[in-house]
Ligand binder design. Structure first.
Ligand code: 1HN
Length: 351
């Protein structure tokens, strides 16, 4: 930046070329190609006790039908107005009340749902309904018709995770509204899980959703059982506790091409070692409570999290997880995109 002030002739050059949409690289090179990631995103924590009253007020202010999707976006405090939680990911909390319908549409963006509160609502994807329970991880593959309805008796809230900012970055998004409010159901509930959810797959036929998992729902009952069995049988990881990634059963890769999802169990008294990764991650607290200690060029943050809270750990921020009582954490990130580009990096530090 010294060059501008110390070289008046350069300043004149810059001023003269600017109307021609020309700018000198040497003034910005260091910021364009930083020596290490320096995200503008900051860590942030949404306590469910504080968010829930606003969700219920939104429930009184507008119907799901009128809103299309009645969602409060979790916006990164450093990126307000951009509808994103990291530079590549979107997160929101969606409310659906008994008897409501969120109308059918489809879009190029991939979506995940992670159920936070309530039961009895369903999402319908490609002619099949899936009833949602707390802790279930549910997929809406890109460009599939999807609508939601609620046949239960209590408010239902879930976390929506979408790759909206990524698709926006490429200017590659399409969307379409269905002529019907709720799509026609053509398959019994559980059909996709029966075909693909038991370590088996149909003998013939292509993957029904291309590079997205053919399973719409990864039920919490199964995930929880897996983690608790591992807790009794496997050695614990010093950084992650007991952590599994969800897979596309046809490939072993991520359930969606743009987003990887994870579930981890931290046993009581867990004191995790610190680590950092180039994929910023969004966390949803499923059970229990704990602390997230985060450090970066933005400073130090301590989040005291409990059940149904959400928090974001941006790229290349050092994270340490602690839990006195023990907890279960769901998370998602853009890791598959970074892996496809060969740029994903992780550093595990010793405390
Ligand atoms: C969407 O389709 C859903 O289907 C939720 O529930 C949130 C945010 C932006 C664009 C589409 C849903 C969304 C969304």
């Amino acid at each position: 930046m010294l060059t501008k002030t110390t070289h008046p002739d350069r300043a004149q050059l810059y001023a003269d070329m600017s109307p021609h949409n020309l700018t000198p690289l040497w003034e910005v090179l260091h910021a364009l190609v930083p020596q290490q990631p320096k995200t503008p995103c900051v860590p942030a924590h949404w306590k469910y006790d504080e968010v829930r009253p606003f969700l219920m007020r939104a429930g009184a202010a507008i119907t799901a039908e009128e809103a299309i999707r009645r969602v409060l976006i979790l916006e990164n405090p450093a990126l307000r107005g951009l509808s994103c939680i990291t530079q590549s990911l979107y997160a929101g909390l969606q409310l659906i009340l008994p008897g409501e319908v969120a109308p059918s549409h489809r879009h190029t963006q991939s979506a995940l749902r992670f159920i936070v509160e309530g039961s009895g609502a369903y999402t319908a994807v490609d002619g099949e309904k899936t009833t949602m329970q707390p802790g279930d991880f549910i997929i809406t593959p890109k460009w599939t018709w999807h609508d939601h309805g609620h046949e239960g008796s209590d408010p239902m809230v879930w976390l929506d995770g979408l790759d909206i900012p990524t698709i926006r970055f490429f200017d590659a998004g399409f969307a379409e509204n269905d002529s019907r409010s709720s799509q026609e159901i053509s398959k019994p509930e559980g059909a996709s899980f029966a075909a693909y959810g038991h370590n088996m797959a149909p003998v013939r036929g292509d993957s029904p959703f291309g590079n997205t998992s053919p399973i719409f729902s990864y039920p919490y009952a199964r995930t929880r059982e897996a983690l608790h069995t591992l807790e009794r049988s496997e050695k614990m990881d010093a950084w992650d506790g007991f952590k599994l990634r969800y897979t596309n059963p046809l490939t072993g890769g991520s359930p969606m091409p743009t987003m990887q999802t994870f579930m981890q169990l931290l046993p009581p008294g867990f004191k995790g070692s610190p680590y950092r990764q180039t994929d910023g991650a969004v966390f949803s607290v499923v059970e229990g409570s704990g602390q997230a200690l985060i450090e970066s060029h933005h400073g130090s943050y301590t989040f005291e999290f409990s059940k149904r809270d959400h928090f974001v750990v941006p790229s290349w921020h050092t994270l340490r997880l602690l839990s006195q009582e023990g907890c279960v954490l769901f998370s998602y990130s853009d890791r598959p995109i970074q892996q496809a580009l060969g740029i994903h990096k992780e550093e595990r530090l010793v405390s």
